[in-house]
Design a protein around this ligand. Structure first.
Ligand code: PLP
Length: 411
């Protein structure tokens, strides 16, 4: 049996133990929703105040040059690139993930118009799917969306596959796809792959360059801690950059925005993925958050994440086996991302009871409770405390007080 002292002993050996001081969390809160919205880096708070007061306030419009706002998408992109194994000039930061998906999917499909099939996982994150449905409606016969069961995806790759769109980590179970082998398989069949890295950036030790990935997108607000609605990143492999064109041809992606030409001429390189004016305050928070993550090795982050999620699963087995939870995350360390998910028929009420008791995870319909684990601000002892709270809530049945509650807009 694992004891609380075992967890304390692991914390004493933890090379990342000092990282937590960089993040603000309310007193007593155990935060397990970093896979939805990462915690606030103290540096991001300072940066937001400074951008508003010292830059916007003092420099006014001059901030575009003197505070380097104009170059912030590429500067921030270069920082994201280091965390996802890409070159600095292969990533930029702009728009939301959904918008970047729209631009990237069309850009990828335009590379080979002979192939009309866009293949995807039927259970991919809904926004990805909605965007593909929207593109299908827009392009008509030029685009065929083929959504198949996760397990059958590899069998469906064929000589008509133009693009495979996959989320690297499944948002419900946290299962990780093998980026390298899938990318190779699609490319050998003459297609391209777009990876959604929302649940992998900043938490998995990935290398887009090693996997020879074609396209990728991901959000800034989960494990990258960039803040609510932080801008998203978009990656295009260098070998595709010259040939692609994306459909949202706004002025920030123009070769010379301030020439105010009558005709659109795209910027060279990754900058052509930009559309409109970047959101500078949000970008500043995101960049400050990245500056906190960059000195930490992704190998160390992945290592601690794996140990924490394994510990959580073991503690649940030992202490909460009788309460009707079904683990849907993999017990294989290589396949499990940084979240542990269970189904439970009373999932929503249980999660509400946990939140009321300062253990903040989230709920995904119809019955999934998720515990996202961010190793930069969670400890081994936190795993113990969280499972202890679950045990108490189930034993005392306090979750019953939360039954029948009207679901909030965001669960
Ligand atoms: C896997 C995945 N893809 C896409 C999105 C959508 O991102 P956005 O709201 O930034 O467009 C999310 C949001 O949570 C997500 O988890």
């Amino acid at each position: 049996m694992i004891t609380e002292s075992d967890c304390v002993a692991q914390d004493e050996q933890d090379p990342l133990a000092d990282e937590a001081a960089k993040y603000y969390l309310p007193e007593g809160v155990l935060y397990f929703a970093g896979n939805s919205l990462g915690a606030l880096p103290v540096a991001a708070q300072k940066r937001a105040v400074s951008i508003i007061r010292d830059e916007w306030g003092e420099k006014l419009v001059g901030g575009w040059n003197s505070a380097a706002w104009y170059s912030s998408p590429s500067r921030t992109g270069a920082k994201v690139a280091r965390l996802i194994g890409a070159d600095a000039d292969e990533v930029t930061v702009t728009d939301s993930t959904s918008v970047n998906l729209f631009k990237s999917i069309i850009a990828a499909m335009r590379l080979n118009t002979q192939r009309k099939v866009c293949l995807t996982d039927r259970e991919i994150f809904p926004s990805d799917f909605y965007i593909m449905q929207g593109i299908e409606e827009l392009l008509g016969e030029r685009f065929t969306l083929k959504a198949v069961q996760r397990d059958c995806i590899l069998d469906e790759i064929g000589d008509d596959t133009g693009l495979l769109v996959l989320s690297h980590v499944d948002y419900r179970t946290g299962d990780v796809f093998d980026m390298q082998s899938i990318t190779r398989r699609v490319q050998e069949a003459g297609g391209l792959v777009l990876w959604d890295l929302c649940h992998s950036a900043g938490i998995l030790d990935i290398s887009l360059n090693e996997a020879e990935a074609d396209f990728a997108v991901g959000c800034g607000y989960k494990f990258l801690n960039g803040g609510p609605g932080a801008p998203s990143f978009v990656y295009v492999a260098k070998r595709h950059q010259e040939s692609i064109s994306q459909p949202l041809s706004g002025w920030m992606g123009h070769a010379n925005p301030f020439a105010f030409d009558e005709t659109y001429k795209s910027a060279p390189g990754i900058r052509k993925m930009l559309c409109g004016t970047p959101s500078i305050i949000a970008m500043g928070c995101f960049e400050a958050a990245l500056d906190e993550l960059l000195p930490v090795s992704m190998v160390a982050i992945r290592d601690k994440s794996t140990k924490l999620t394994r510990l959580f699963i073991e503690l649940m087995k030992e202490r909460c086996a009788d309460f009707g939870f079904t683990l849907i995350s993999s017990e294989n360390d290589d396949i499990r991302g940084s979240q542990i998910s269970y189904t439970h028929e009373q999932g929503y009420a249980i999660m509400q009871a946990l939140i009321a008791n300062n253990v903040i995870g989230d709920f995904r319909a119809p019955d999934c409770v998720r515990f996202g684990v961010s190793p930069v601000y969670l400890s081994y002892t936190d795993m113990w405390r969280a499972v202890d709270t679950i045990k108490t809530i189930m034993e005392t049945e306090t979750w019953r007080d939360f039954r029948g509650q009207k679901k909030e807009a965001v669960t």
